[in-house]
Ligand binder design. Structure first.
Ligand SMILES: [Zn+2]
Length: 98
């Protein structure tokens, strides 16, 4: 679980870098580059959502955080939350334990 949490946070940074890549490909009008970075973005996001699971209540914290911040359309806070993720958002179980 601890390793998964580390991978989870690394993916957050990969997502940020990927967003920069998407913006860059948009700017230069490279459609293939844009397509590849968009696919990568979705892949990273899916991995992130399914990577961490609370061993206390079975919730997937990644899915919760994604759902909450998509609702508020605030991706800055989404990244802040993923990087700072320590406890389950539902039962507040410490994800570093297990
Ligand atoms: Zn939980």
């Amino acid at each position: 679980m601890l390793l998964n949490l580390k991978i989870y946070k690394i993916i957050s940074f990969l997502l940020l870098i990927d967003i920069i890549a998407i913006v860059w490909f948009l700017t230069i009008g490279d459609k293939i580059g844009l397509l590849i970075s968009a696919i990568l973005f979705l892949t990273f996001l899916t991995m992130q959502v399914f990577l961490v699971k609370c061993s206390n209540c079975g919730t997937r914290p990644g899915l919760w955080i994604l759902a909450i911040w998509t609702l508020f359309l605030d991706f800055e806070l989404y990244f802040a939350d993923t990087v700072l993720l320590k406890a389950c958002p539902k039962c507040e179980f410490d994800l570093h334990k297990t």
